[in-house]
Structures are given as C-alpha cells and as structure tokens.
Design a protein around this ligand. Sequence first.
Ligand code: GDP
Length: 217
Amino acid sequence: MSAYPSVKFLTSANDPRQFTADAGVEVAVAGRSNAGKSSAINAITQRKGLARTSKTPGATRLVNFFELEPGRRLVDLPGYGFAAVSGEMRSHWGTLIESFFQRRQSLRGVIVVMDVRRPLTDNDGDMLTLARSRGVPVHVLLTKSDKLGRGAAQKTLAQVRRDVGEAVTVQLFSAFSGSGVAEARGVLERMLDRKPEKETPVGPADPTGECKPGVGG
Ligand code: GDP
C-alpha cells in the first residue's frame, strides 16, 4: 500500500501563473537532472510512476505539483545542471525556480537530491543557498547509495555533512534497495507538520507533547 493512498498529480507549471493555489503546506524536491529525484519521489510515496523517471536527462523542465493528502503537497522542481540545455532554457528555469522560492507561502521544507557519487556540484551549492534563503529546513538525499560500498558511502556522507554544515541535514538513500526511504519519509512528514513562526496553535495542547516518531520510523 502507498504511504499516501490518495496521492495524486495536481498540475504542471511552466510559468508561475500556473502554480497551484498557495494554501496548505508543501515540500519542494530539487536536484540535478538524472540525480534520481523522480525515483526518490516514487519510493517515498510508494507510488510507482507518480513522478516520471527518464533516461533523457533534462527532459522535464516543469514544476510538478502532487497532492499527498488534502492540503499537503510535494513539489517536484525541474532538474538542473544539464549542459545540453540551451542558455534560453536555463534562464527560463532560473526565473521559474526563483519565483517559486520567492512566492510560495506554503513552503515548509526543501529536499535536495544528489547522486552519492557526485555530490555538491556548483549548481547543488546554488540550490542549497536558494533553499536556505527561505529559512525552512533543508535536507539532502545522497541517492543511488547502492552504487557504492558501505564504507565509501559512509565516507561520502561524513564529508557532505562537513561541507554543508549543521544547518542542512544529510542522509544516504537508495530507491533501488529501499535503504533510507523510511528515514526520508519521516523527514518529509516533519517538514509538513512544521508550523510557520507566526502561526498560533489552535485547539487543546497535545498531551503527548511535540515528540514525533524518530527518524527511520
Ligand atoms: P531524475 O532525472 O533526477 O528524476 O532521475 P531518475 O529518477 O529518472 O533516475 C535517473 C537514473 O538513475 C535512472 O536510470 C534510474 O534508474 C537511476 N536511479 C535512480 N535511483 C536509483 C537508485 O537508488 N539506485 C540506482 N542504482 N540507480 C538509480
């Protein structure tokens, strides 16, 4: 069964005017083309084929909105950093992404997907800066971890953690082996549950307190 039984595709936007209504909460997923973003979205939602995986890097240049549950969305941002894309396309991409980060009040977190064998490219650095500029939690998935041996994967994880600093969380992930998928889903859930600073809680306090299930649960 899917982690989100009623998950559905809402809309694709090629222009900010086509973005879905800015109400409720959403988490954006970004990454270099071919880094494994679509596979990660499908694994986290347990819905094969929800986000289209492609053998052609750079094929998707749209912002795709998915509804996980009413009022809770996952936003698949177009992949970046593919050299064969024309300059005009790149600047269109930049404008689209920048207006997404500038406008969306419902944004609660950003997940940045990087191939564990090639993490932290210049474009990834720019994306982390853009994501952090919103002051929401930013989490990195080091995808395709099945491609590296355990020791090499752990070494990369430690190095990337050092490089991004404490403000950004990092984990290993494999859509193929399923390793790290539950952990990533936990992070997504915590981001979506996060209240914006100015929002005051409604209703009686939860007697169980603020504690959410631990990472990996
Ligand atoms: P996107 O362009 O970032 O959405 O990347 P895709 O999800 O389409 O994946 C790009 C390529 O990487 C495809 O050939 C996938 O089969 C492969 N891939 C994605 N995730 C994994 C993974 O966890 N392990 C391995 N070995 N390959 C993966």
